[in-house]
Design a binder for this molecule. Structure first.
Ligand code: CMC
Length: 392
């Protein structure tokens, strides 16, 4: 106990060894299982990347087809789980709805409670990958008062999610390739990021041998916060605030530099990247393309570009090595796709899911696994005597 070191926020403490994701924050490098994110973004798809993260290798055609088919067969939600969405206020934030529904999966699939039953872990993995998009789409439908759509299993995962979110039961659905390709790409870019707050949460909860659904539900709650996944919504709110003030980015940057309470440049800065976030670089390229193709001429894009340019040339940001992170441009794309601001973090969760699952499985298979139980440095009172209430 004499050797306990204090490291708030785990800035210098590794909690585990991992084979999954490599980040070099100074060089702006991100690789999943050794493959550069740029290559995966250009050539792969979200199902394949999910397989890669979870099983460690790119699948053969046969493995890919079997994996995709298995996911396709599990997209339906239990009819009783659909009642669940009626239990929340209509204007509920979709993130707690998502985490609650995922938590509830362990009540519907009680066979999943043993994390050491390999077959059940495979089944829970597939169930989660298949059902989270359906849960997310239903959370959206509930919030806008529209009817739920059953999954259409002739469609791929992303197309199905898109249809269940924006489609109507009586209308034929036409796949919009620009939209679904962009969503697929964004999911790939979010799929893993080693020991971030939500992934560490999933590992920590799982280290007590809690089941996969319980652990992922905890991860979704960790992602909700504005310093983590909630930043994508916060960026859009920030840009809208600047627009409402006449689009003046200089004044906003001054407020950030003066550290006005609650004023941060959202979508900037990262614990690990001290260089341009490689995901943000890919997204920035995509933003222009997607916004162009969707015909969305959003004045907020101009504000974002000016804000980035201003910050990148300002000493405050240069000295602290603050660069745009993954969340800086995503909100603009999601908005152009028709998603409400509150829903952006749900899209982050859909993308991050395979990473959470891969880490949970790696953690359980690690021979050095121990329950996560950090130490502390006690700073409270030394021993003192209890006083009767009348004498205090
Ligand atoms: N705006 C203004 N100042 C900032 C920002 C920012 N976005 N980020 C960091 N700083 C300052 C911070 O005030 C500190 O200054 P000083 O040394 O004068 O006290 C210095 O830069 C170092 O920052 P830190 O807070 O010690 O860094 P951290 O590693 O603890 O925090 C972070 C990382 C991502 C929480 C933080 O940069 C932040 O709050 N960014 C805004 C929220 C955001 O965009 N989050 C998404 C992160 S990427 C996706 C994800 O993981 O979800």
């Amino acid at each position: 106990t004499g050797l306990v070191t204090l490291d708030p926020g785990f800035v210098n403490t590794a909690a585990c060894e991992s084979d999954i994701t490599y980040i070099d924050g100074d060089a702006g490098i991100l690789r999943y299982r050794g493959y550069p994110i740029e290559e995966l973004a250009g050539k792969s798809n979200f199902i394949e990347v999910s397989y890669l993260l979870i099983y460690g290798e790119l699948p053969s055609q046969q493995q890919y087809d079997a994996f995709a088919e298995r996911i396709r067969k599990h997209t339906l939600l239990h009819e009783d789980l659909k009642q669940f969405f009626d239990g929340f206020p209509r204007d509920a934030h979709p993130m707690p709805v998502l985490s609650s529904a995922v938590s509830a999966l362990s009540t519907f699939y009680q066979d999943s409670l043993n994390p050491f039953d390999k077959e059940q872990v495979e089944l829970s993995t597939v169930r989660l990958l298949a059902k989270l998009p359906t849960i997310a789409a239903y959370a959206y439908k509930k919030s806008v008062g529209q009817p739920f759509l059953y999954p259409d299993n002739s469609l791929g995962l992303v197309e199905n999610f898109h249809r269940m979110t924006f489609g109507f039961p009586a209308e034929p659905y036409e796949v919009d390739p620009v939209m679904t390709k962009a969503l697929d790409l964004l999911f790939i870019l979010h799929a893993d990021h080693e020991q971030n707050c939500s992934t560490s949460t999933v590992r920590m909860v799982g280290s007590s041998e809690a089941n996969l659904f319980a652990s992922i539900s905890a991860g979704i709650n960790a992602l909700f916060g504005p310093l983590h996944g909630g930043a994508n919504s916060a960026v859009l709110e920030m840009l809208e605030g600047i627009r409402a003030n006449g689009g003046d980015v200089d004044t906003f940057v001054e407020r950030v530099k003066n550290k006005e309470p609650g004023v941060k440049l959202m979508g900037f800065g990262h614990r690990v990247y001290k260089n341009y976030d490689p995901r943000a670089a890919i997204i920035k390229k995509t933003a222009d393309e997607v916004l162009g193709k969707l015909g969305a001429n959003d004045p907020l894009l101009d504000i974002a570009l000016r804000l980035e340019e201003k910050a990148l040339s300002d000493d405050y940001f240069v000295e602290r090595k603050l660069y745009p992170n993954v969340d800086f441009y995503t909100g603009l794309i999601y908005k152009a796709m028709g998603f409400p601001t509150k829903f952006f973090t749900v899209l982050f969760a859909l993308g991050r899911l395979p990473g959470w699952i891969a880490h949970w499985r790696e953690m359980l298979e690690d021979p050095a696994r121990k329950i996560s139980r950090p130490r502390q440095v006690y700073t409270g009172y030394p021993e003192r005597s209890y006083l009767e209430i009348g004498k205090r």
